[in-house]
Design a protein around this ligand. Structure first.
Ligand SMILES: O=c1ccn([C@@H]2O[C@H](COP(=O)(O)O)[C@@H](O)[C@H]2O)c(=O)[nH]1
Length: 276
C-alpha cells in the first residue's frame, strides 16, 4: 500500500487505528478452542468486527512463533484474511547482518517463499544500514524502524546523549538517509507523547507507528497534540485493549465497541487539523 493510498484510507474511514493481533491461546474465549485453528478463528472474528473502523492490522509474530508450525499456519491464514484496504504490519522487530536480513525479508515479505507478504515489517536499527537494506529491495513495502519505544527500558539506550540530542534522534536522522517517508516509518511509543514534538523535527513527514494506548496507558489526545501532521502521519495501535475487551461469547462485539470509541476520538482529531 502506497503512502497516498494509506492517506486516502485514513480520510475515507476517518480513522488511523491499527488493531494489534497479539492473539494468545491462553486469553481467547474457551469456546473457540474446539475450532481446528482457534487463533485464526479468533482473528477472523476480530477482523470482521473492526475492519470498517481501522486502517491497519498488526499481528505480533511472537504470539504465532511461540506455537511452532501451528502458529505459522495461523499467521499465514490471518495474513490471507486481512482486508486489502488495510495496511498489514508484521511486528517482528528483526535486525541482523545482511544475508540473514535477506531471509527475514523473505519470511515476511515474499509470498512465493513463505506464503506471506505483509505490507510492512518492524525492524530494529541497532545493526545499521546493511541490516535494513535487504527489506528495501521489496518495492512498495514499508520498513518500520524502532526509534523511541513505549517500554520502560527505553531509557537504557534510547535516551543516551548524542550530538543530535539523544540516541533515538540519531537513529531517525541516520535512517532518513537510507530511504524516504514513502518507505520508512518509525515506532514511537504513546507513553512518550512529550517527545513527539522533538521527533517531528527530525521526521516531519514520516508516518509514526504508535503503540501504547489502551493497556499501556498512553493518551491518544496527547499523541495527536504533538504528533499529528497535515497528512495525519500516525498509525495508533491498540492490541489488548481491543481484542481482549471481553473473553466471553461477545468478544467480537466488545472489540468493536472499543475500536469504535477510539475511531470516534480519531475523527475529532482529524477534523481539528483539517485532514477530513
Ligand atoms: O515500543 C513498542 C513497540 C512495539 N510494541 C508492540 O505493540 C503492541 C502493544 O500492545 P498493547 O496490548 O496495546 O499494549 C505489542 O504487540 C507490543 O509488542 C509496543 O508495545 N511498544
Amino acid at each position: 500500500m502506497s503512502r497516498q493510498e494509506l492517506i486516502n484510507q485514513i480520510k475515507q474511514k476517518k480513522s488511523f487505528l491499527c488493531v494489534g493481533l497479539d492473539t494468545d491461546i491462553e486469553k481467547i474465549p474457551s469456546f473457540l478452542l474446539s475450532y481446528p485453528d482457534p487463533i485464526f478463528e479468533f482473528n477472523k472474528r476480530i477482523i470482521d468486527a473492526t475492519k470498517d473502523l481501522c486502517v491497519a492490522y498488526k499481528p505480533n509474530s511472537a504470539f504465532y512463533e511461540c506455537r511452532g508450525v501451528k502458529g505459522l499456519q495461523s499467521l499465514i491464514a490471518t495474513w490471507e484474511y486481512l482486508p486489502k484496504d488495510c495496511i498489514s504490519i508484521i511486528d517482528a522487530k528483526r535486525g541482523d547482518i545482511g544475508n540473514t536480513s535477506d531471509k527475514y525479508a523473505q519470511a515476511f515479505l515474499d509470498e512465493a517463499s513463505s506464503g506471506m507478504s505483509f505490507d510492512a515489517i518492524t525492524v530494529t536499527p541497532y545493526m545499521g544500514n546493511d541490516s535494513i537494506t535487504p527489506y528495501l529491495k521489496y518495492e512498495g513495502k514499508w520498513i518500520i524502524i524502532l526509534a523511541l519505544t513505549s517500554s520502560v527500558g527505553s531509557k537504557d539506550f534510547q535516551y543516551l546523549p548524542t550530538d543530535d540530542g539523544h540516541l533515538y534522534e540519531t537513529v531517525i536522522k541516520k535512517a532518513n538517509t537510507w530511504a524516504g517517508a514513502d518507505r520508512l516509518m518509525y515506532v514511537v511509543g504513546a507513553t512518550k507523547s512529550t517527545e513527539f514534538a522533538e521527533i517531528r523535527k527530525h521526521a516531519p513527514d514520516n508516518f509514526l507507528l504508535v503503540p501504547g494506548v489502551g493497556a499501556q496507558g498512553g493518551s491518544l489526545q496527547d499523541v495527536c497534540q504533538y504528533g499529528i501532521t497535515k497528512d495525519c502521519g500516525l498509525l495508533v495501535n491498540s492490541s489488548r485493549g481491543i481484542i481482549y475487551a471481553s473473553n466471553g461469547e461477545d468478544f467480537a462485539d466488545a472489540a468493536r465497541a472499543e475500536a469504535l470509541a477510539i475511531q470516534q476520538q480519531m475523527e475529532v482529531e482529524l477534523k481539528k487539523i483539517g485532514v477530513i
